[in-house]
Structure formats: C-alpha cells, structure tokens
Design a protein around this ligand. Sequence first.
Ligand code: DON
Length: 483
Amino acid sequence: MVIRFADGKATSIDYREVAPAKASRDMFLDEQGNAVADRSRVGPLAAGVPGSVAGLLHAHKQYGRLPLAKVIAPAIALARDGFLVSVEMARSFQAASGKLSKFPATVAAFFGSDGIPPAEGERLVQPDLAKTLTLIARSGADVFYRGPIAELIAREMQASGGLIARGDLERYAPKERPAVTGTFRDYQIVSMPPPSSGGVALIELLNILEGFPLASYGQNASRTIHLMVEAERRVYADRSEWLGDPEFFPVPVPGLLSKAYASSLRSGISETRATPSSSIQAGQPREYEHSETTHYSVVDADGNAVSTTTTLNGAYGNGQVVAGAGFLLNNEMDDFSAKPGSPNMFGLLGGEANAVAPGKRMLSSMTPTIVAKDGRTVLVLGSPGGGRIITTVLQVLLNVVEFGMDVQEAVDAPRFHHQWYPDSVMIEEQGFSADVVTALAALGHRVEVVSDMGDVHAIQIDPATGLRLGASDPRSDGMTLGY
Ligand code: DON
C-alpha cells in the first residue's frame, strides 16, 4: 500500500507474506535438483505467512478515520448474506475447479453441497468467513495471529503437511517503509519499495525512457514499443539479479534509481534494432550508488491518496481454504526463485537475491503508484498481472503523462510487455495494427500474441479544478465509485 497525503508526505505499508521458519532454500526442488512447479503453487507448501490482516489493520490504526467495526461491516454483510456471482467469477471458478476440488474445505466453502462451482447469478454465501471477519472487527489482528484463527491455520497446516506454525504467525509484523520516489519529466512518482520490485523497476524504466521523445513517436507506434521493450528487457534483467527482500539481500536501490545509471543503460539501446536478451546481462547499479544514500485507488475529499495492490498470487492462492475459518491461503512462495534460471508461474527468473530463506519476504512485482505534479496528486494507479504489473503501470502512466490521454482511454488502450526472458514482445490480441506487428518483427523482435494483461483501477485528478476521473479496466470486473 502506497499513501500520499494531501500535504505531499508519503509512506508505504509492506504487508507482504513471509516464508515460514521451517522453509528452506531448496524446498521446491526434487531429488535431481529440478524445480517442481506445483509444490510452490498448490497446497500447503505454497503458502507464505499471511500479511493482509496485519497490514490493513496497521493502516487503519495509523491513518484510519472511521471505527474498525464500521470499515469491516460491508465485508461481513457480503460474506454473511452473500452476493450474486458475476459472469467473470463463474468463469474463473470453473477454470480453477481442478485445483480447488483437491481441498474438501475449499469445496465446502465455494461449491456447496453438490460440489459444483457456482454459476453466474447464484448467491455465494460464506458463513465461516463472516465469522472470521466478525472476530477481527471485534478484537483486532491478534485473533488472526495469536488467537482462534491462528489455531485454525496451524491445524490446517499440520493436517496437510504445511510449514506455517503458531510461532510464524506470532512473529508476523507489517513494516512501514519510505516509498520509493523518482521523477519523469515534471512529474513526481511515488511507488512501492522492496520487497516489491515494482516501484524500483517502474522508476528505472521511466528514467531510461525519459531520454526519448516518445510523445512525438506516438502511443503504441512500433518505434515507441521498440524503445519501451528495449528498456523492459534491461530492467527485468536487473530485477532478476538485484531485487529481493532488502533485509536479506543488499538491494542497490539508489543505484537502480539513479538517472546516470539509466543513461548508461539507454546508451546500449539501438533505435533501429532489437537486442537479443541473450546479450543482455543485469547492469552494475552499485557503481551509481551515492554514499548518502486485486488493485484499488482511493482519493478522499481532502486529497489524501491511497494506492493498494493486494493478492494471494495465483487465482485462488494455493487452493486451500482454512477449515472453519472460510478463507483461502496464498501461494506467494512461488514468487521466490526456486532455483536460478527456473521460471516462476509468471515466467520470471531470479537468483541469490530472491532465494527462499526462513522469515524472508518473497520478491513482488506489485507497483501501487501515485503521480504528482507541482506538489499535487494527479494520478493514482496500479494493477494485478504478476510480472506484467510493472509494464502495465508504466503504459497507463505514459498514456496519461506522455501521450495526453484521459485516464479511461489510457486504461483501455491495448498493452504489450517484455520481461527479458522469454525473449519475446507479448502483445494483446486486440488493438494492435498488423502494420505495428510487422514493423516490430522487422526491428528484430519476436512477437507473441497473448490474452488480456492487467486490470487497472486508476484515478486522475485535474489539478486546475480538482475534478476526479475514475477509470476501471474493461478487461475484468470492477468499477468506479464517487461518494
Ligand atoms: O507479488 C507479485 O508480484 C505477485 N504475487 C502478483 C500476482 C498477481 O498479480 C496475480 N494476478 N494476476
């Protein structure tokens, strides 16, 4: 969660999951030393110690204005009285039913007595979740980390061979950290620090791209896409080498964010030829260090802004509902690097910086971001999408500040993505002309057509009038609301 207050001060709250004390570096490898994908993605070993309850309650305690019970009441009502399943949700339950059916408590929580995923228009009621939320509303985070819910999580883990124990839950603490900041032309960027790679990668990308007149080349013109892709493959190589939990690995943040480092990377980019990823290595950002040193966007009446990205990682997390407590566990352990060179579920590579270790937070790509100009918030945005989050945020941000679109146009526009490896430019199926695809191929890019990327919820504020424009991504469920 990234917060920019109306007076210009900013902060971030890291409530990332952590690896349990019993986690170990090679826990996702088989006897031959190969990564076993399912182990870090489905079931008990995939779950990190949950952080959301602690993080959201911390935000409420430090900065909230309404009583906790009032804030949680709508969620309790939705769980207790149910809600109608949307087309999108029915589709996603169907798609995940193989994974979810492995866990009896999950089937009981979502699929009802017939064991069939709910269809569009059916009412989904979650009484156990309502109980859990009511306990939290009454007694705070302790019920989850030390009290009855902690007991249910520990029991669930013991029964299924998982690692999370009472001690892990007791030790969990959210961390408030200074947000990372940068500039792009005359905009100030405020975003998420490590253990997310999101803010660092976004600012590094913007620093490289600042050196090109993208607006004059045009949004999604082949020349613009080429330059953005060239920046992306370099920044994702750095992500793979240099980013991880800063309490376990010395992440060279000032170097990665330095304009001089970005210039050095920019000088390796050809305007007329794609660089194969095999010839790109992570850079040497340390030389540039100085010795000093589901997304939602909200803006209140006073201009305080909150940008939050939150996740269980893959759809329905590890698939496992905690019996009696009514919620799913995450599969964030897959965000660690199981082994150098072995891709995670988003195809991202990592190494030492992001190896599994007890108590360590796994690297994220989440990029909750706030953009300000002349000291005032002008844009609040973020997205899901795994490794594609960073480039989704980059594109929507540039669409507004560089290409002059309004926020809904910026969110709607077709997206592309490059992450170093695989060495291909992924483009959304809809919206790119054959001409652009041909021109990219002629520059030496391998182009791969993929389905939708990201699900952005953003707010643009007109600095002159204070008028707020909300944008909700047409690629998925979600909406814009004003009170
Ligand atoms: O922290 C991360 O980068 C991932 N766990 C985010 C997962 C995600 O966005 C899944 N949604 N598409």
